[in-house]
Design a protein around this ligand. Structure first.
Ligand SMILES: Nc1ncnc2c1ncn2[C@@H]1O[C@H](COP(=O)(O)OP(=O)(O)OP(=O)(O)O)[C@@H](O)[C@H]1O
Ligand SMILES: [Mg+2]
Length: 234
C-alpha cells in the first residue's frame, strides 16, 4: 500500500533521507524509530507529497505520489503530533469541516457523530468547543476523520507524544482497530514499548538511513531497547 523505492531527499548539501526502501502492506503497522534528525518526518512528508524527492519514489497503492498527488492524498490520513482544530468550533463542526476538505461524501451529522463515537470521543464532548479539548481529544478527532474517510493508509508522526499513558493506550488501540479493518499504518514514534506492542515491523533509522528492520514478534521490549541503543551509538 505504501512503498518507498530508493527514496532520497537532500536539503542543500545535507542528505536527510538516503535511498530508503520500505513497504507497508494493508493490515500492517510499521513503526519508525530513530534519533532526532534521522529522517522520519521527511519520510512521512514525502509520502504526503509535502516534499519532492531528490531521487527515488514514494508510492501509494502502486502510484508515484508525484504523478497523482490528489488521488494519493484521498487514500491517506495524516495525524501529526499536534492536530490543529478550530477552537471556536465544536468537535463535530471541526469534523464536518475537515470531512468536506477531504471530499468525504457522507457528511451528515449522524454519520460523523458515529465516527467520533468510534474514535472514543464522549457524546457530550462532540458539541463542546474544541478550544477546551485536551490533546488526546484532538487526536481522537483525527482518528474520527480516518474512520469517516475510510483511509487506506495512516501516516502518523509522533501521534501520542505528550499524551498520558491511558490516552496513549486508547490511541494505540484505535490504530490497531484501523489496521484490523485493513489499513496500512506507518507510525513514527519515540515510544519503544508501544512500537513493539502494536508494530508488525519496526525500522530503526539513523542519519537518513534505515539501519535495521525487525519483526516485532521476534523481540522483547528490552531486546529492542538494547538494539536501538546499539544502532544509535555506532
Ligand atoms: N525543510 C527543511 N529544510 C532543511 N533541512 C531540513 C528540512 N526538514 C528537515 N531537514 C533536516 O533533515 C534532517 C531530517 O529531519 P527530520 O525532520 O526528517 O528528522 P526526524 O527523524 O523526524 O527527527 P525528530 O525525531 O526530531 O522529529 C534533519 O537534519 C533536519 O534538520
Ligand atoms: Mg520528526
Amino acid at each position: 500500500m505504501l512503498e518507498a523505492v530508493a527514496l532520497t531527499k537532500d536539503f542543500g548539501t545535507h542528505r536527510a533521507l538516503d535511498a530508503l526502501d520500505l513497504r507497508v502492506e494493508a493490515g500492517e503497522i510499521v513503526c519508525l524509530l530513530g534519533a532526532n534528525g534521522a529522517g522520519k518526518t521527511t519520510t512521512i512528508n514525502l509520502f504526503l507529497g509535502f516534499l519532492e524527492p531528490s531521487a527515488g519514489e514514494a508510492r501509494v497503492d502502486g502510484v508515484d505520489v508525484r504523478s497523482d498527488p490528489v488521488g494519493s492524498k484521498r487514500k491517506l490520513l495524516y495525524v501529526p503530533e499536534q492536530i490543529a482544530l478550530f477552537g471556536e468550533l465544536t468537535g463535530l463542526e471541526n469534523l464536518i469541516y475537515f470531512a468536506a476538505l477531504s471530499g468525504i461524501c457522507d457528511r451528515s451529522p449522524a454519520n460523523l457523530r458515529r465516527c467520533l463515537a468510534q474514535a472514543g470521543l464522549a457524546d457530550a464532548a462532540m458539541d463542546r468547543r474544541a478550544a477546551g479539548y485536551s490533546k488526546g481529544m484532538r487526536q481522537k478527532v483525527g482518528i474520527a476523520l480516518a474512520i469517516a474517510k475510510q483511509a487506506r493508509a495512516l501516516l502518523l508522526d509522533e501521534p501520542t507524544s505528550g499524551l498520558d499513558p491511558q490516552a496513549s493506550a486508547e490511541f494505540h488501540s484505535l490504530v490497531v482497530r484501523q489496521r484490523d479493518a485493513g489499513a496500512a499504518v506507518l507510525m513514527v514514534t519515540h515510544d519503544l514499548f508501544r512500537a513493539r506492542e502494536v508494530g508488525t515491523r519496526i525500522g530503526l533509522m539513523r542519519e537518513g538511513r534505515l539501519r535495521r528492520m525487525i519483526d516485532a514478534a521476534d523481540i522483547t521490549a528490552s531486546e529492542l531497547e538494547s538494539l536501538y541503543l546499539e544502532e544509535m551509538g555506532r
